[in-house]
Design a protein around this ligand. Sequence first.
Ligand SMILES: Nc1ncnc2c1ncn2[C@@H]1O[C@H](COP(=O)(O)OP(=O)(O)O)[C@@H](O)[C@H]1O
Ligand SMILES: [Mg+2]
Length: 309
Amino acid sequence: MNNQPVLEIRGVNKTIRGKKIIQDLSFEVYPGEVFGFLGPNGAGKTTLIRMIVGLMKMNKGDIVIHGQSIQKSFEGAIKHVGAIVENPEMYKFLSGQNNLVHYARMFPGGIPQSRIDEVVELVGLKNRIKEKVKTYSLGMRQRLGVAQALLHRPSLLILDEPTNGLDPAGIRELRDYLRRLAREEGIAIVVSSHLLSEMELMCDRVAIIQQGKLVDVQDLRGEGAAPKETSYFFEVNDPATAQAVVQEIDPHLHVTPHPNGIELTIGRERAADIGALLIQAGLRLYAMKPLTQSLEDKFLQITGSDQIA
Ligand SMILES: Nc1ncnc2c1ncn2[C@@H]1O[C@H](COP(=O)(O)OP(=O)(O)O)[C@@H](O)[C@H]1O
Ligand SMILES: [Mg+2]
């Protein structure tokens, strides 16, 4: 991610009737990544999305899309964005194809048929596109909405709670083609959800939002995902000997003794070495596990277990 961000949220604040809905939010989204807004209901995800697409003004801060401020140059910024905020408006008695043609006409300068064919292919609706939308499943309507949002070749696609109402197969489909869109087309995709499990499967990174504040941005893939140094727990038959062995190898290493093992703050490779040395020293090594706090632990800590549906 050495390239320029597609979306920059810079110190954004929103107050509605004296209530702080969004507070000092700042983070960036890059090309080719699927980025999640994760937070319980009422956290402010939709409000933030509405501000990004210009449906609502902010009180303080700025939102920058491809280097253009949505406050100072709205047209220049918004032309890069495709979004589904509320349910996409579809004409049920028209075919998917005709819905897209109708929508394409609204763009100044128009959109060529070849682009319509392209987006239909992209979201995998090719063999049903001539049929009426009323015969579509929810998942297919969702995909038609995405096709519509992609018509003008946005480099930022924003979907608010896109999995709502989809069955597990539909969710999986959505996940697969969103990831493909990000990978193959280099589009930055923002999705919001209150469900951690979905975000873990769908996103490269997530911003955890609670009561309008940014709790954390977590990297779920790639290099940033694995912490370089973490705590490792070595479960052994004789913790006192294990501690002595480790201190002989490296007197500077801090060892935390436990009744059934020892804990060390070290990297992955080093942990493997130490495991081998403990065995060489004649100890029984029953287990070796990283003690990082998982995203789930963190999310539960923040939101309370009642929020995980
Ligand atoms: N137009 C509005 N007027 C008053 N309060 C609002 C308005 N829009 C959102 N809110 C409040 O802002 C908070 C965040 O809402 P929302 O952005 O919809 O959260 P989320 O999408 O994360 O569930 C909620 O407390 C909600 O009641
Ligand atoms: Mg919402």
